[in-house]
Write a protein that binds this ligand. Sequence first.
Ligand code: ZN
Length: 179
Amino acid sequence: MLSAVRLISEAADLAARRHNGMARKGRGSEPYINHLAEVASLLATATGGADAELVAAGWLHDTIEDTDTTHEELAQKFSQRVASLVVECTDDMSLPKAERRRRQVLDAPRKSAAAKLIKIADKISNISARIHSDPTTEERDDLADYVGWAEQVVAVCRGGNPWLDQAFDDAVQRARASL
Ligand code: ZN
C-alpha cells in the first residue's frame, strides 16, 4: 500500500493526465481538474485528513465515467478500496441523462458511507460552479434544475459528516439566493 502522501499525489497526477483538455460545466469553462481538486479538498477538510484513500478517490471519482480508466487499473495502481469507491461514483453513460439522474437517487441508499461523502462533495462543487453573478435565463434554469436534483441525492447520502452536510446546505443557500 502506498503512503498517504504518495497515494494522493499519484491520484492527482493520474486525474490531471486523464482529464487533460477537458473543461467543466459551469462558470467560465474552468479546466476539469479544478472540479477534482475542489472535491478532494472538501473531503480532506471534512474528514480532518484522516482518510487518504477517500481523498485519492475524490481526485479520481470521474476517471472511469469520463476517461478510458478502468476499475482494474485503479485497483492495481492505488488500492481495491479506492477503485471500488470510484466505481460507486460512476454513472452508466450509455443511459440518457434523465435516467442516470433517477438512478443516482434510487441507488444512493446502497452506497458505502465513504461513497456518500464523495457524492455530497461532488454536488457542492457542481452547484458552486453553476452560481453566476449575473445569470442568463438558461443558466438560472440549469442551476435551479441541478440544485433540485442534488437535494434529492444528498437527502439520501447525508448524516455521515456534519461539516460536509453544512457545506452542502450553504451551497444550496448561495445558489437559491442567486436565482
Ligand atoms: Zn464529479
